[in-house]
Design a binder for this molecule. Structure first.
Ligand code: 1PR
Length: 551
């Protein structure tokens, strides 16, 4: 079995990358120390990176990897950079002005313009068609990007890069064009994560490992089916499948689903609803074309997460065969283990990342962190899980999961939380409302609104909002569109709408009438009423951009 060496400076996506390479039939050897890097024994090298340019780049220098990597490149053997690994081939980034990269390719990394679009860019984007593409990059496919900084191109920079002999694959986010991948001689790098880009991404890793540059030709029929008349290029709407997981009364870990968070059957037995096995369902949704899969451990508030090995096991098993981003939530907080040892949230999160998670989602503790943020006069003290995890793994790895309830008032003066005038007054004729945040899976209400909460969490370093709605959960009546716009007006990070999806039209309604970046479904998928693919086909036919690899 051929060996692939992967530089390990403890970046988040190593497990995912290892799973992808092994799935392709290669063996991975992690290189943790520069002393262990024997160039003569390496024939394929991958430099994966996640998070912050400075943190990653500095680590390469501090750990003594810079010279061996340069020597390896000079030897002419193939190297591939991924995400921040790609960025390291540039000299500098606005993100960390004092840090240096390898400076192999001209240009500088800049932040996307966040006035015109959510930053980070999170989701599936396409590379622009060109006759110069390499390693099988296919403009008809979508690849998974997650980044705030990029090699944003203007004509002069593009000319300079090309004159220097580089081939580039370009992508567009909003109106900004940036480098999605580049290639010259033995050096190849992607800004996207091929290990998280489903079959399309695995193909690129395979081509790199085999050193092949196949060109896929598409039939007219294919082009039609994929909706790629060039109007379906660019970032897609994401469809997320969510699995609420807990132990049932027999002690088996099951996927369940509630109505307004009540997951027990209404009949005599009052059992926890059992909708299937977590890994099997996740695999099913992956095959159906889910763009992301989220696992929520919904009884985490009473369990000790480190003892909760089944959830880690679920993640490990899922990550071996599912190559789209996986998020895990429930119990991401500082804990005291059974033997009295204090385990910081960062360590809990690290365990999940090492098991194959790409993002962690924080619910209860996000509310406590936001409350503290305001009590400190609008700043953090660096100690909250949002701050510690975001600093180590990057904002893109930290989702906050919000469980709000609509609360009516007669006038905005009745609450210090941000209100708006609703189109749906309550039975008492009250026209103003705010959304009260809850903790412990909706069991306890706090005096903080969703507007205040999401703003504080964004400032603390969260990269995305998973926006549930207790009133709508399990109702099959569609998303709470007013809530989605309320939160989109509060933050500039991406927002995943959740709770209430009952059919594909509900996804269309949310995407067309709000600025939701992604929509999540649970019950309608678990009950088999619709597949993820049904939703995507519907959206495609209604003119919305979606990833359709699995028609
Ligand atoms: O507080 O950090 O330990 O995290 C606990 C996590 O578990 C939170 O993300 C919280 O939302 C979740 N949770 C806790 N209790 C429940 C419950 O249902 N009893 N589930 C729960 C939340 C909401 C969505 C659901 C959508 C879509 N589930 O995930 O899947 O509402 O459903 P639908 O499409 O069928 O309407 P912490």
């Amino acid at each position: 079995m051929s060996l692939v060496h992967v530089i390990d400076v403890e970046s988040g996506n190593l497990q995912s990358l290892t799973n992808a390479i092994e799935h392709l039939g290669f063996k991975v050897q992690l290189v943790k120390k520069a002393d262990d890097f024997d160039i003569a024994k390496v024939s394929r090298l991958i430099l994966p990176g996640v998070g912050n340019f400075g943190h990653f780049g500095d680590n390469l220098y501090i750990r003594g990897f810079e010279k061996p990597i340069r020597d390896y490149i000079a030897s002419g053997k193939p190297i591939m950079g991924i995400c921040v690994g790609l960025q390291t081939f540039f000299a500098t980034s606005e993100e960390s002005p004092k840090s240096s990269g390898l400076g192999l390719i001209p240009g500088k990394l800049r932040k996307f313009d966040e006035k015109t679009k959510p930053v980070p860019e999170i989701g599936w984007n396409s590379c622009m068609p060109s006759d110069q593409l390499f390693y099988g990059i296919d403009p008809y496919k979508r690849y998974y990007f997650v980044h705030s900084y990029a090699a944003i191109l203007d004509q002069d920079l593009e000319r300079e890069i090309r004159e220097d002999g580089w081939k580039i694959a370009k992508a567009k986010y909003g109106d900004e064009e940036f480098i999605a991948a580049f290639f010259k001689d033995n050096v190849f790098a992607t800004q996207f994560h091929p290990e998280k880009s489903s079959a399309a991404g695995l193909g690129i890793i395979r081509n790199f490992l085999n050193q092949e540059h196949p060109v896929t030709s598409h039939s007219e029929q294919d082009k039609l089916l994929m909706g790629n008349d060039y109007s379906n290029f660019g970032l897609t709407r994401r469809i997320v499948a969510c699995l609420d997981v807990r132990a049932n009364d027999q002690g088996d870990l099951v996927v369940t689903k509630g109505d307004q968070y009540d997951v027990r059957e209404k009949d005599e037995g009052n059992d926890v609803r059992n909708l299937g096995k977590p890994v099997e369902l996740a695999q099913r949704y992956y095959a159906q074309g889910a763009d992301e899969i989220t696992f929520l451990n919904i009884t985490s508030f009473r369990d000790c997460p480190l003892k909760d090995t089944p959830m880690l096991e679920v993640l490990k098993r899922a990550a071996r065969t599912i190559f789209v981003p996986l998020t895990v939530g429930g119990g991401i907080k500082d804990i005291v283990d059974a033997d009295g040892t204090k385990v910081p949230a960062l360590e809990v999160a690290s365990l999940y990342f090492q098991s194959g998670a790409d993002k962690v989602s924080i619910g209860t503790d996000a509310v406590f962190a936001a409350e503290k943020f305001y009590s400190l006069g609008g700043k953090g003290d660096g100690s909250s899980p949002i701050e510690t995890i975001s600093k180590a793994y990057g904002a893109q790895a930290v989702v906050i999961s919000v469980d709000p309830k609509r609360t009516y008032v007669s006038s905005p003066s009745e609450t210090h939380n941000k209100t708006f005038k609703t189109k749906f007054p309550n039975a008492k004729g009250q026209e103003w409302c705010w959304y009260q945040c809850t903790v412990k899976g909706g069991r306890e209400c706090r005096d903080i609104g969703v507007w205040e909460l999401t703003k504080a969490c964004e400032a603390l370093g969260a990269g995305e909002v998973l926006l549930n709605c207790i009133d709508k959960d399990g109702s099959n009546s569609g998303y709470d569109l007013e809530l989605i716009e309320h939160v989109k007006n509060a933050v500039s990070i991406p927002v995943i709408a959740s709770s209430g999806a009952g059919n594909p039209e509900h996804f269309e309604e949310a995407f067309k009438n709000t600025h939701a970046d992604a929509c999540l479904g649970a019950g309608m998928f678990h009950r088999g009423e619709y597949t993820v693919n049904d939703v995507k086909k519907h959206l495609l036919h209604r003119g919305l951009k979606v990833r359709m690899d699995s028609i």
